[in-house]
Write a protein that binds this ligand. Structure first.
Ligand SMILES: Nc1ncnc2c1ncn2[C@@H]1O[C@H](COP(=O)(O)OP(=O)(O)OP(=O)(O)O)[C@@H](O)[C@H]1O
Ligand SMILES: O=C(O)[C@H](O)[C@@H](O)[C@H](O)[C@H](O)CO
Length: 178
């Protein structure tokens, strides 16, 4: 499958900690591929947003219904045959398992970066409900995807265009079929 084509359904989960660039890269990828882009934040209960706004990290119980709602949305897209890019922190393996559900058409794109770069981007970011102080808990919770998850891993120390190029190149190189 060509990454720019529309031959088959595909879902890309663009994951990483807060400030790693999920929303930004998902939008750029969506423009490049012509796929629908969704932001997982849209699926949070108001109570989750309030919690984060108050500087309290979410726990597994807070995240479970949210992840299930996102998985249901991916399922709806699959049923319609509409490929989708989902920007979602998906910090733990167990969270990704809820999202992927063993489907080979649903793949992980991991935005990898170091604490100082991510913090500098969070500091430069305008108004957002997610406080910078929660970065530490995001990093502590993060379980990087392992090889068996067949992730696309991209270093975020590059421009948005470069990161997007790299992801599209990997998709075009047949990664999607591997
Ligand atoms: N490659 C990049 N180069 C420079 N700035 C970037 C890059 N990627 C993202 N940014 C900027 O970094 C900030 C964080 O990006 P973004 O909001 O997309 O991250 P996020 O992972 O979606 O965060 P959150 O999970 O908190 O919503 C934004 O201000 C964005 O414009
Ligand atoms: O799992 C989580 O803790 C949340 O999804 C967070 O990652 C925020 O929603 C996101 O960072 C803000 O956009």
């Amino acid at each position: 499958m060509n990454a720019g084509g529309d031959a088959a359904f595909c879902a890309l989960i663009v994951m990483g900690v807060s400030g790693s660039g999920k929303s930004t890269i998902a939008v750029a990828l969506g423009q490049r591929l012509g796929w629908i882009v969704e932001d997982a934040d849209r699926f949070h209960a108001e109570s989750n947003i309030d919690k984060m706004r108050a500087g309290i990290a979410l726990n597994d119980d807070d995240r479970r219904p949210w992840l299930r709602a996102i998985a249901a949305e991916i399922g709806r897209r699959r049923a319609n045959g509409t490929s989708v890019i989902m920007a979602c922190s998906a910090l733990k393996r167990a969270y990704r398992d809820i999202l992927v559900q063993g489907h080979s058409d649903t793949r992980i794109v991991y935005l990898r970066g170091d604490r100082s770069l991510i913090m500098s981007r969070l500091k430069a970011r305008g108004d957002h409900f997610m406080p910078q102080a929660l970065l530490e808990s995001q990093l502590a919770t993060l379980e990087e995807p392992t090889e068996d998850e067949r992730p696309i891993v991209v270093d975020i120390d590059a421009s948005v265009d470069e990161i997007t190029d790299r992801i599209v190149t990997m998709l075009d190189a047949g990664w999607i079929l591997s």
